[in-house]
Ligand binder design. Structure first.
Ligand code: NDP
Length: 326
């Protein structure tokens, strides 16, 4: 049976993108064949589509680290045909044919049952980016963050992870400060619930100082670089920063002083290899007490729109979440 798929091919001229017909028989081995209804565009998909060897090494390739759909066939007794499921992370869309296609075949150990209270569509408005925002907040709260800790800073705030983090934190009663490079998107961020907006320059200023004024009760950092460590240096006593991204830089200048003098924590966030049980727990929170209407964040995309959207996400111009309708 053939199906439509976005494909990236390596040619002498570089990495070329197109929408093609593929055959189910060409999908990798796996226990679960899924009819993909929705996927979403994440920064990592753009890295895959441009040949970043840390993400994808073998081409031709179909990216898409996210997929939500219904089970067509399962070789184990874990899923029945018709079950609604979500797959994010693990190797999906990296070196395993991904969610920018009407079919995926994956190991059952990557598959989460869609929790009651969440639609397939809503799960992909969240996607890896929204899930990661939730994972950051979950870990910050486990480290002691409460609404009394102080305002929470979110960097890269108009992006996928950032915009969901702003909306979710505001929904949970936190005071939110947002860092953005997009001067024309302040209204959008206030609409999501940010009460204060900082420019990227403000967030990166003072990187030569060992400590900055104590401001934040928590930080969700999606950009890395000096902005990340400025966040650590501006945490209130005993508070934490969750580091999940690197769009600015993977490297930063640091000293141990904030850790020794202010008892602060730098928390690592990985959504890819997070064990399935933990993934299910966080999806469960997003379906229940953390359920928020994110429809204002959605940009609807078809497979044919993906190439242009990939260029925009690489240029830092995407706002909110690109949701792929298959
Ligand atoms: P997006 O491109 O949607 O968002 C990133 C945002 O960062 C942009 O919208 C922009 O927001 C800001 N930005 C872009 N370039 C720069 C720059 N040079 N300096 C400072 N800010 C910049 O990406 P995602 O939200 O999907 O992903 C964000 C990061 O998180 C990526 O590095 C991604 O790889 C990582 N990630 C990690 C995961 C994990 O498991 N650890 C999972 C998911 C994502 P604005 O204009 O508002 O400043």
């Amino acid at each position: 049976m053939s199906f439509a798929a976005f494909r990236v091919e390596k040619t002498d001229a570089g990495f070329e993108r197109s929408v093609i017909e593929r055959d189910e028989a060409d999908l990798p081995a796996g226990d679960v064949l899924i009819d993909v209804k929705f996927s979403s565009l994440n920064y990592k998909d753009a890295l895959s589509a441009t040949g970043n060897p840390g993400v994808t090494r073998s081409f031709p390739h179909t990216p898409g680290i996210d997929a939500a759909g219904t089970v067509l066939d399962c070789a184990t007794d874990e899923f029945e045909p018709g079950d609604e499921v979500i797959v994010i992370g693990f190797d999906l869309g990296m070196n395993t044919s991904g969610g920018f296609a009407e079919r995926i075949r994956v190991p059952s150990g990557w598959v989460v049952k869609l929790p009651a209270g969440l639609s397939l569509h809503a799960s992909m408005v969240l996607g890896t980016a929204g899930f990661t925002a939730a994972e950051c907040i979950d870990k910050l709260e486990a480290a002691g963050m409460t609404t009394d800790s102080g305002p929470v800073l979110v960097t890269g705030a108009t992006g996928g992870v950032g915009s969901v983090a702003v909306k979710l934190l505001a929904h949970l009663g936190y005071e939110v400060a947002a860092v953005t490079g997009k001067a024309d998107r302040h209204e959008f961020l206030h609409g999501l619930g940010a009460s204060e907006i900082l420019s990227r320059e403000e967030a990166a200023a003072g990187s030569d100082k060992p400590l900055l004024a104590e401001r934040w009760g928590g930080v969700v950092d999606t950009v890395g670089g000096d902005t990340l460590f400025n966040g650590v240096k501006s945490l209130r006593y005993g508070c934490s920063l969750a580091a999940c991204g690197l769009v600015s830089s993977p490297a930063f200048q640091a000293t141990v002083l904030p850790f020794l003098l202010r008892n602060v924590n730098l928390l690592g966030i990985d959504s890819v290899e997070l064990p399935l049980q933990e993934k299910s727990r966080i999806w469960g929170r997003l379906a229940n007490e953390w359920h928020v209407d994110l429809s204002e964040l959605e940009e609807r995309l078809g497979l044919e729109d993906l190439s242009a959207a990939i260029d925009r996400i690489l240029a830092g111009e995407m706002v909110g979440r690109g949701v792929v309708h298959l």
